[in-house]
Design a protein around this ligand. Sequence first.
Ligand SMILES: [Zn+2]
Ligand SMILES: [Zn+2]
Length: 103
Amino acid sequence: MALQLRPNCEYCDKDLPPEAPDARICSYECTFCAVCVDDRLHDVCPNCGGGFVPRPIRPVQEWRPGLSTAKRPPSTTRIRLSYTLEEIAAHSARIRGIPPERR
Ligand SMILES: [Zn+2]
Ligand SMILES: [Zn+2]
């Protein structure tokens, strides 16, 4: 199954189209922009506590049959935070000192 390619940052609601170089994802595909990951979340996913990596960019062009943003379109379901900003700040403060590979 392919990555969902969610359309927005859960925290600030910035648009993150498939070609966005600043999209970040956790292992569950929770999706945020780079500014929120660096400055607000401190590399702690508010949902699962994991770290983030840059989201791979899906090619627009169909280089191989069936594989392109046209044939495998991105998700259109915008996702918003499931926790308050205060809860997220506390969650991040508790976990951010532990490297992702040891969480
Ligand atoms: Zn953001
Ligand atoms: Zn997550």
